[in-house]
Design a protein around this ligand. Sequence first.
Ligand code: MN
Length: 251
Amino acid sequence: MHILVTNDDGVQAPGLLALATAMRRVGRVTILAPDRNWSASGHVKTMHRPLRVRRETLADGSDAQTCDGAPSDCVAVALLGLVADVDLVVSGINPFANLGHDVTYSGTVTAAMEAVIHGLPGVAVSLDGSRLQQDYEPAANVAVNVVQSLIRHRLSPGTLLSVNVPGLPAREIRGVRITRQGQRLYRDELIQRDDPRGRPYYWIGGERPTGVPAEGTDFGALADGYVSVTPLQLDLTAYKQGQDMANWGWT
Ligand code: MN
């Protein structure tokens, strides 16, 4: 089992090191991750500039490669030929949860989406952490369990898993729930200020988002102290809406 490990926080982020270290218990690990923070960069394909890849040494002395593209670019560069014989892509560990509508913003999740585009299973791992609580060990162990299950049972083609782990000590995590995407409540605010030349500029600010902890959702699982595992697919078609629209009297 050859596992490509990436993230969206940059190659030197502690969550990547924790994930890569844990994945070595499952198989051979190759690391190719962005050279800087691409959080909330979405599903990117860099087409209008070259991508550079260089060697990097992680905090534990292990070898990695880093690229000046987005997380999804890193996966594409690897799977289009830079890294041979990859079986699985695992992305993370993001320091904050990726829930509900976050998934198309998230560089962590879109890296796993890119794996699916190349015909491989992808797993995104995020910790529902706080700025004070950033212990990646429990989430890294959860990631090993999820990946071992995936290898044993196989994912359907076109599917990726978004794993969100409560920011709790391991003994307080109550188990795993298979979930659907819940309702994110963004609290973004448009901040307008003037630059030194008197021209307005805009910044998307505001409070950290919340969400609706409904039964069966990713938010609900975390609120109850469970790991949330959401199977995702890139087919965003609204099938029910399509059936309704067939009766709209198109000519
Ligand atoms: Mn991130």
